[in-house]
Design a protein. Sequence first.
Length: 145
Amino acid sequence: MNIRYMTYEDLEQAAEIEAACFREPWSKALLAESLGSPWNLLLAAEEDGRLIGYGAVCVIAGEGEIQRIAILEGYRQGGRGRKLLAALAAAAKERGAGAMTLEVRESNQPARRLYLSAGFTEEARRKNYYRNPKEDAIIMWNRKI
């Protein structure tokens, strides 16, 4: 798997990944807006000549917030998500982040295990944060990236 900075040419495939991976996917327009923001870093994960995943992190005031991390279902396992998460952390650190945070659905046990194994800890909960279905968000931090 190759990880690189996302470009505008990747937006169509990224929108397809959004639709496949999230219950409330970001639109292509929102992805383009995120890509154009000076605060955001978007990384593309490629394999076999196509985008198989991507990640987005916002870096402000020395902290990174992971906004999205997605790997297409057929490519999960094998450490791809871990590699993408590590690349997001390294890119955020390069931009001055010393800590990272994220929100994850309470029921998303595979993601929670990934984040815990990468040094994140569960620190708080946002009641009924997610819709479709309504569910709590677990707020996680890695304060030493």
